[in-house]
Each structure stands twice: as structure tokens, then as C-alpha cells.
Design a protein around this ligand. Structure first.
Ligand code: SF4
Ligand code: ZN
Length: 419
């Protein structure tokens, strides 16, 4: 017998009403992750003997042992046992952490995996909210929202730096494995794409179209995840979209996709193309890991990432760009993406592919390096291509990077005009 928990034992209010709440720095008691400290979140399926249902452990300092304004590392490890649980479902449930935590009044969560960023407000702290309450909230939510799947839940919270650094290794290993399972799949090899409308709670017209070769822009919903999510909840945020009625295979436009998007965007979007930035690109909610922006001056595009705070050659920083691009609208020439989409064979395919990239922050280059080099060789751009792409050490304006691109013989300079 499983109890359906409706009362959550936390000293704050919990509900979708608080989802859009932001917590400013000045109202923050403690924050975790977001590039300031190491943090991760992981849902891991375990056997019936490896779990104690309902148990919550905080390994490291609790909130009352730290000062106001502190930054702490954080590891959230959620162990789940269920007879119907499947490994493919781990990442689907993991993505829900974002929503469940944001339901808490005075709690704030962005991004995912080892990029997550959380805040607890001074108000929540004053009401008695403790780090262990993340566990209470998550256990209650997972049990109440996935009763058919989840029989037992245990949460381990790590706030000790050494332990977080240890535990994050396991998490990263699992992220890599998940990404690898996708590798054999192409958009052509499947009959269905999947929608994701999870972000409509704050971007009401936003629809992600998730394909084998294009992860959702949050980086946390792959085609396999969307498929698994549909198996778990057929009426949920991920639905299959049959690829039917090809309108333009190069730009990636299908009638069925257009119909789906139209019917699920409050009739705001009429057409979406999967493989170009320049014409009806996919909408962007606010969760994107990176943003592509066109640079007509150099006939290419630049990409900046959430981790890079600095100004970029399009004249804007990530956060300013995010304000322009986000909210669920289409802005030709600009688009939010998951970082791994840069490695996809379908990356801006109709626009000339990765050869268009003229600028990326160093951090993003380093994050992608190994696979990026493999992909550039595959594209005939040579293993040296990554070194032809400018970064913040070369310049942060078009004028500053043009001489570099010319000197390196960057391929975008000789490509057909972007528009
Ligand atoms: Fe789904 Fe897209 Fe939101 Fe990710 S960003 S949760 S794929 S709607
Ligand atoms: Zn989103």
C-alpha cells in the first residue's frame, strides 16, 4: 500500500503559484551552484535493498550553521526504487526537480544536472526552512506525482565541499552515459519527434520540438527522455509528433510539426523550422544553456553560454541576450539551445552548419573540445577549426575579431551570405 501524500512537511507554502517567483541576490540567505560553487542533482534508480524509504540525510553544514549571504556547494542525490521504474526514466524524473523546488515559496532553481543553481530566501530561512526540507519536498512530490512508478524515495543532500566533489564524479559519469545512448540515433531514423511543453507554465506559447539530433534547449530533455516521459504520462508535457507532410527537408519543416506547434502555442506560432536559425527558428523559453546570435558583419554566428558572464561580440552579455530571446517567441537570427546541440550533425544544417561559428567563450570551447574536434574533422573543417573560432581573449566586438578570423582563414568568411 502506498500513501498518497498531500501534506508536505515543510515550513513554507508549496504550489505552482510560486513557480514564477524569482529570488534576488539581496533577498537570498544562501545560494548553491550556478558557477559560484559546485553543485549537481541526480536521480538514480536503485534496488529494493539499497534504499530506506523516506530517509533524508544532510552530509555537511545545515542552514543554521552558515551565515546569511553564504554560498555552499550542493549535491542532491535522489534514490528511487520502483517495480515499474526503468533506467530510461531517471533523467525524466530528474528534470522534475527543477519544477518541484520552484513550487516552494522562497525557493528558486534554474538549470539542471551539474549546472543547477539554487537559492533559499531570507524569508524561507526565517520560517524555519532547512536544507533537509529539499528532501521532504522532493520525496513528497515524486510520490504524489508518480505513484505508479515510484515506490520508495530516499534523498541524500551534500553540502560538504569534499563530498560534493566526490559525489559529482558518479553523477557526471551517468550524464555521459545518458548522452551516449543517443548517439546512434538520427532524425531520419525515427518516425516521430517529441514535443516538450513543460515550460509553458512561464512561457505559455513555448514549444520545444525534441529530435534525436536536437536536445531540448535546457539540455535536460533528449529525444529518449521525451519518449520515456510519454510512456510514463501519455497526457503529460511530451507528445509524439509524427514526421508527416515534409514541406522543406533541408530547413526541417513538416506540416505535422507546424500543426502541432500551432495548436499548442495558443495559435501564436504557425511554422517552425528545425534546421535553420534564419527562418521561423524554434522558440526560446528561458532555460537555454547557450544562445546563438547571428553576426552579419562576419557572415557567421556567435554562441555564448550561461557560464560566461562577459560581453560578447553581438554587444550583449548572456543575461541581456536571454532577456531579448526568451519568453517563448521566435526571433530569427537568435535562438536558445542546449550546448550539446552544437555537436549535432543537424546544427544549423540549412545555414551551413558548424562552419558558421565565429565566436564562443573559452569555457564553452573547453566543455565541447574533444567532441567538437571530432565533428569538425567529420565536417571537413579539419581538427584545427576550433582554433579559428575567436573567444573573449581575442575580442568581444566584431571589429576586434575580424582581423583574427581573416588571418586564420575562417571558413565563414567565404561562405554564402547568411541572409
Ligand atoms: Fe521541455 Fe524545452 Fe522546457 Fe527543456 S526547455 S523542459 S525541453 S520545454
Ligand atoms: Zn524552459
Amino acid at each position: 500500500i502506498k500513501l498518497r501524500i498531500t501534506n508536505i512537511d515543510v515550513p513554507i507554502m508549496v504550489g505552482p503559484a510560486f513557480e514564477g517567483e524569482t529570488i534576488r541576490k539581496g533577498d537570498t540567505y544562501v545560494e548553491f551552484g550556478g558557477g559560484r560553487t559546485t553543485a549537481f542533482e541526480l536521480v538514480k534508480m536503485v534496488g529494493p535493498d539499497e534504499i530506506e524509504d523516506g530517509k533524508i540525510t544532510v552530509h555537511g553544514p545545515e542552514i543554521d550553521e552558515i551565515e546569511e549571504g553564504s554560498k555552499l556547494p550542493l549535491g542532491i542525490k535522489i534514490k528511487i526504487y520502483g517495480r515499474k521504474m526503468h533506467q530510461d526514466f531517471e533523467s525524466v524524473l530528474e528534470r522534475r526537480v527543477h519544477y518541484f523546488i520552484n513550487y516552494g515559496e522562497g525557493l528558486w532553481h534554474v538549470a539542471q544536472r551539474d549546472l543547477c543553481w539554487l537559492r533559499i530566501s531570507k524569508d524561507a530561512k526565517a520560517k524555519g526552512f532547512k536544507i533537509r526540507h529539499f528532501g521532504e519536498l522532493l520525496i513528497a512530490k515524486f510520490k504524489s506525482e508518480y505513484p505508479a512508478l515510484v515506490d520508495r524515495v530516499e534523498v541524500e543532500l551534500y553540502t560538504d565541499e569534499k563530498l560534493v566533489n566526490e559525489q559529482i564524479k558518479e553523477a557526471r559519469g551517468i550524464y555521459v552515459k545518458r548522452d551516449e545512448r543517443l548517439k546512434g540515433l538520427t532524425d531520419e531514423s525515427v518516425e516521430e519527434l517529441y514535443s516538450c511543453t513543460l515550460c509553458q507554465s512561464f512561457a505559455p506559447n513555448h514549444v520545444c520540438v525534441v529530435a534525436p539530433e536536437r536536445v531540448g534547449l535546457c539540455g535536460a530533455v533528449s529525444w529518449l527522455d521525451a519518449k520515456a516521459s510519454y510512456e510514463i504520462t501519455p497526457t503529460g508535457p511530451n507528445r509524439p509528433i509524427k514526421k508527416e507532410g515534409a514541406i522543406d527537408e533541408v530547413k526541417g519543416i513538416w506540416k505535422s510539426v507546424n500543426d502541432f506547434v500551432y495548436n499548442n502555442s495558443n495559435h501564436m506560432l504557425e511554422e517552425v523550422s528545425l534546421y535553420t536559425l534564419m527562418e521561423n527558428p524554434m522558440t526560446s523559453c528561458g532555460c537555454f544553456e547557450a544562445i546563438i546570435a547571428m553576426m552579419p558583419e562576419v557572415n557567421g554566428v556567435m554562441i555564448t553560454s550561461r557560464e560566461h558572464g562577459g560581453i560578447t561580440p553581438c554587444g550583449m552579455s548572456f543575461s541581456t541576450l536571454a532577456g531579448t530571446v526568451g519568453g517563448g517567441t521566435q526571433s530569427p537570427g537568435f535562438m536558445g539551445i542546449g550546448r550539446r546541440y552544437i555537436l549535432s550533425r543537424k546544427f544549423l544544417k540549412a545555414d551551413g552548419g558548424m562552419a558558421r561559428i565565429v565566436w564562443m567563450p573559452k569555457e564553452l570551447k573547453d566543455y565541447l573540445r574533444e567532441e567538437f574536434i571530432k565533428r569538425s574533422i567529420e565536417e571537413g573543417l579539419g581538427e584545427d577549426f576550433i582554433n579559428k573560432i575567436a573567444d573573449e581573449s581575442i575580442g568581444t566586438s566584431a571589429e576586434e575579431i575580424v582581423p583574427f578570423l581573416e588571418e586564420k582563414g575562417h571558413p565563414a568568411m567565404k561562405m554564402t551570405p547568411l541572409f
